[in-house]
Design a protein around this ligand. Sequence first.
Ligand code: 6GU
Length: 244
Amino acid sequence: MRIDVVTIFPDYLAPLDLSLVGKARDSGLLDLRVHDLRDWTTDRHRTVDDTPYGGGAGMVMKPDVWGAALDDITGSEVERPAHLVVPSPAGHLFDQRMAARLADDPWLVFACGRYEGIDARVMADARRRVRVSEVSIGDYVLGGGEAAALVIIEAVTRLLPGVVGNPDSLVEESHGTDGLLEYPVYTKPPSWRGLDVPEVLLSGHHARVARWRRDQALRLTAERRPDLVARLDPDALDGRDREV
Ligand code: 6GU
């Protein structure tokens, strides 16, 4: 997969050199390129923003600078269709399903806005040529799209084939296919600071372990995320699930 990120703070994306995403880049599974939006300015002050039409506080990012950047980047390949992702608190809510859909795209281009956002015509114009998605990572306000781009890129990259060594770890996790939060996990020692690992996990009885984990996941999800329980497929629950 190819990912481009356009930002006025390229250093903000430095963590993408590390850990899971860094390894995906090193192994060639991810071609990630970070661009400085100011490279597409033409004035002496390298201006990227201006005052909003209609008045109000703050500044809006200029369409001409963004248009030139996105033309250059998305026009740089012919065979791959680009999908423009614009992080915005006004976007569609990002979740694991959206991460999985984005992981199927061959090329994502992130346009990270600062200030009060990007002139709306940049997205309207881009839609004439490429898919455009405005995406929010939650109901709170960030200073700009960079932190959101980091979140989305990590969630997407770990779903690319070959990035996570053991694909089983993608299945039994919170917000995985069963729609439940993950059960609690333990490792050695069996007793630590007076707290014991639940007996069943030491039993070696696989069916009982699986049942215990399912019970824990159901209880935890009901307590912390009743919204997720309401969205469960009733046909995916067995008789024992309903008792929990
Ligand atoms: Cl994607 N951007 C900004 N600026 N704030 C946000 C957000 C994105 N998602 C939640 N808050």
